[in-house]
Design a protein around this ligand. Sequence first.
Ligand code: ZN
Length: 364
Amino acid sequence: MVGESYRCGNCGAPLDITPETIATVCSYCGHLNWIREDLKEEVLMVSPIEEGKALEKLLEFASRRGLAEVFKKVNLSRATFVAVPFYFVDASAEAVYSGRVAVQVRRCRKERNRERCWVDTRSVYVNGVYGPYSSTVPVVARRGSDLVSVKALADRYMGSRVGAVPLGRVELDKSMWRGVLSIEIDGKTAMDIALDTHLDRLRELVEDYMRREAEQRVRRRGENVVGSSIVWRRITPMNIKMVSSRPVLLPMYIASYRYGNGMYRSILSGWDGEVVVLERPMKRLERIAWGSLAAVVSGILGGIGFALMDMWVGAVLAILGLAASWHCMRRALSPVKSVLFGSGVALSTRRLTQHRLLRILRGV
Ligand SMILES: [Zn+2]
């Protein structure tokens, strides 16, 4: 912490910053202070709705799913406002590819009175140019934040076309400024991160395409294709184009409810109160996972110190990540308590791997 020497340019209140902080919002007056003046740019924010309205939306959502008893106002134990800074990077790239694909085919032959079948392999060489492939990659403007685990909120934002306005024009309750997380990543770094993500996806798409191309060629010869795998491939990206948005603060509410012996949480999009993630009764293994998170979250939310902000967002992101991993665990466990996603959360976010869940838990 090097916070002692920094004071808010507007009201003079001390600012708590870390060596990574690029810009931070004063928790007393809401003034945006640039610690790294050389990286200064306009910051946008999506205006949040009032907490009360968001909680009403949550109750409506819960009622539709038969959970009105749990998410009643009297059960509310805490609602927390957080605004997470993101960059949205538009990326586009083509790929030159070549490689060899092993295509498995099923062959059969009549032997005396019965048919004998076996699997043969056909080796197919493919090459060409794929793309251009374009996507918008959300990048959390924070150090040590897992990109995929906050995808649920970013997905919803990208799908909702809600407008963001310059931070100076957003009016927040005084207490809410504290929930605005500082910016720790500049636009150029965000583009580097987005490029990795974009090219990873491009590579996956190209590999799928190569396999399909090889399979099709074998099928056209009248063979019965049963599978394929890539033997070797060379994929070279080209014509890469990247544009980053300005930093955009996305608001959300985290609401905790006490019901029976359990705590139930929900993450709501801060601009319309729609449910991003909602907990409902689940099996013991998840209860333990959520339980440890609950301890971390309540410990953190209890404190106000800025040092805790990192862990705070970490926990928030972990909840999102954990929740997002739910669909992967569903196969292994029949739920007593599970997580519901609101609409507008991309399928890719819902289908995160169990591996990620374990990593997040270890991180917590
Ligand atoms: Zn201030």
